[in-house]
Design a protein around this ligand. Structure first.
Ligand SMILES: Nc1ncnc2c1ncn2[C@@H]1O[C@H](COP(=O)(O)OP(=O)(O)O)[C@@H](O)[C@H]1O
Ligand SMILES: O=C(CO)[C@@H](O)[C@H](O)COP(=O)(O)O
Length: 583
């Protein structure tokens, strides 16, 4: 019997871009079980790269909904095989990559409530075969190896994508009106964004209302595109979930509501009074309010676990499901972020976020409702060229080895002898620049750097961008400021050293880089206690403190003060060259 048997706990899930992860946290807030399923490695049949399909237009980016369902099946079966004692789970919560959306077909709720414990979830939640035939610019470009699945698909006749095929006899069980869900990397909705901003009186007006100007990946704009391009699929959709509320729905056995915090990433929620904006809904698609359901506070208990999990895995029938939220809000909870601190998540995307008392929406960055304190907010900046960009430079310059990559950071000086670089292989979100741009100490654009200079230029550039844009939001580093780092790249001490040096601030980490999972488990405990109105900080006060991972090198502030000014000036220069001067 596994050593985790008989330990009362909460589970925290994360449905992120590249994997599904889970942790179990006991009543003393110790993490005693961690597991994950990696989409590219463990679910080869879906042919994703980095968990997604980039379509032929280069702008549309989707993930197969059944890949997420199957990943959940696999991880639960792994837990069962390891002897995990599900009967001790008091509650669970979770997180999802933000902005992505799932379209449940009419009749899906019935399938959810009547799942057979004898079958896996993915065997019961099939995809419709007729409504979302990928075609032309929006067909997934399968860049990875595409193989027929062991369990899901029959080999399709040539010329037909397996995404269009459903095993015969399963038509009545079709649960999703589109099989490829738009995700946060999508940037194909510029027309819908302009339309939405025009409807509400401009970009700043939309930001004041919803916390952000219109962004291509934000769900309202994605829904508008679906409605315009595939009205039939839209009409057949009974419910639209975010990735977070979709995952919660699987556990709940019914449609879970969207929580305020993740709901803030849709360009649809009025962040002050926390109701859908009728103007925004109307600008996106008809009958949208009924397809979204009412949003709920992030700490809400949305129900008890579905009987499917009780019967198949042995969860107690009273196990509570606490509303799932976005992965960044869940990380804020997992790192126990305090006002004045700054969180840097180095996952597939890089994000930087802060705790805010009062929302101050601007044209850059996002304000979300706070996931642990309904009176407060969080500010977030998202950088699309995060880990995947670092991996590319690692592969090109450091023989695909993180330790070689680290050697370059160790053997080069802070400030990189004045060499600076911008590395945006895909159109960046903050700021909107594409391409690689390298500058010598004299500000001359150069076409290449030596391998070690290239690596330092990449990492220094990524962190200088974060500091400059955080300051643009009004953020200032104070003497007691600490950076809390998380995400896959926070395993790399040499990367964290550059982060500490550029910001002039110590960098701390928690014991696991899965802060979104840990935060979800903490939120589950909070949900259990919320009936007694306990503040989140009280629930997590016994959690282990973050530990110091890197302190600024003496002299770092002097080096980066000048370099940061040059970086900001060069960023403006590139922006002006690529989009012309601002009016
Ligand atoms: N030692 C390392 N140094 C730098 N980056 C790393 C290291 N280990 C993992 N990573 C990066 O972490 C990324 C995954 O981060 P993670 O937070 O798990 O992603 P997500 O939650 O978005 O699925 C990988 O793409 C990889 O580039
Ligand atoms: O779009 C955003 C935030 O606005 C991204 O941060 C997504 O939430 C994806 O998260 P990761 O999988 O990279 O953690």
């Amino acid at each position: 019997m596994a050593d985790h048997a008989g330990r009362r706990c909460c589970l925290g899930w994360d449905f992120s871009t590249q994997q599904v992860k889970v942790v179990a946290v006991d009543a003393e807030l110790n993490v005693f079980y961690e597991d994950s399923v990696h989409f590219d490695r463990d679910l080869l049949e879906f042919g994703t790269q980095g968990g997604v399909h980039v379509h032929e237009d280069g702008l549309t980016v989707t993930s197969p909904v059944l890949m997420w369902v199957q990943a959940l099946d696999i991880i639960l079966e792994k837990m069962k095989a390891s002897g995990f004692d599900f009967s001790q789970v008091l509650a669970l919560s979770g997180a999802g990559q933000q902005h992505g959306s799932v379209y449940w077909k009419a009749g899906a709720s019935q399938v959810l409530t009547s799942l057979s414990p004898d079958l896996l979830l993915h065997e019961q939640l099939q995809v419709t075969c007729c409504l979302d035939r990928g075609s032309g610019a929006n067909s997934p470009r399968h860049t990875g190896p595409l193989q027929p699945s062991r369990t899901l698909w029959r080999v399709p006749p040539s010329g037909i994508s397996p995404w269009d095929v459903m095993p015969p006899g399963d038509a009545g069980k079709a649960c999703f009106s589109i099989s490829d869900c738009p995700v946060w990397m999508d940037s194909s909705t510029t027309a819908q964004c302009r339309q939405l901003e025009a409807t509400v009186g401009g970009a700043q007006a939309l930001s004041c209302l919803t916390g952000s100007r219109a962004y291509e990946r934000f769900t309202g704009n994605q829904i508008a595109k679906l409605y315009q391009q595939n009205p039939e699929a839209y009409a057949h959709t009974e419910r639209i979930s975010l990735v977070s509320s979709f995952a919660a729905s699987l556990f709940l056995g019914s449609h879970s509501p969207i929580d305020y915090s993740d709901g803030s990433g849709m360009n649809l929620l009025r962040i002050q009074d926390k109701v859908w904006s009728q103007a925004c809904l109307g600008a996106c698609a008809p009958h949208l309010e009924e397809k979204l359901g009412l949003p709920v506070p992030s700490c809400s208990v949305v129900g008890a676990i579905s009987s499917y999990f009780v019967q198949r895995y042995g969860f107690p029938p009273a196990c509570k499901v606490v509303a799932f939220t976005g992965d960044n809000p869940a990380s804020l909870a997992g790192m126990r972020l305090e006002e004045g601190d700054i969180a840097v998540s180095l996952g597939t995307s890089d994000t930087l976020f802060l705790w805010l008392q009062e929302p101050r929406p601007t044209l850059e960055g996002h304000i979300f409702c706070n996931p642990v304190d309904p009176q407060h907010y969080m500010a977030l900046l998202c950088f699309k060229n995060g880990s995947l960009m670092r991996e590319k430079i690692r592969d090109e310059m450091a023989s695909s080895s993180w330790s070689e990559f680290s050697k370059a950071l160790q053997s080069t000086e802070m400030g990189n002898s004045g060499n600076l670089g911008f590395y945006f292989d895909v159109m960046e979100i903050t700021p909107e620049i594409i391409g690689r741009h390298r500058f010598s100490a004299e500000n001359h654009e150069v076409s290449a750097f030596p391998w070690d200079v290239e690596i330092r230029a990449l990492i220094e550039g990524q962190f200088m961008a974060k500091k400059i844009h955080a300051e643009g939001l009004g953020y200032r580093v104070m003497p007691k400021t600490k950076i809390l780092a998380t995400g896959g790249a926070s395993h790399n001490r040499d990367i964290l050293q550059v982060l500490a040096d550029v910001f002039g601030t110590p960098v701390y980490v928690i014991d696991t880089a899965n802060s979104a999972c840990v935060g979800s488990a903490y939120r589950a405990f909070h949900g259990l206690a919320a009936g007694t109105d306990v503040p989140f900080s009280e629930v997590v006060k016994l959690a282990p403190n973050p530990r110091l991972a890197a302190a600024p090198t003496p002299g770092a502030s002097q080096v980066y003060e000048a370099l940061l000014q040059r970086y900001a000036m060069l960023e403006q220069r590139i922006l002006t060259q690529t989009r012309g001067p601002l009016e």
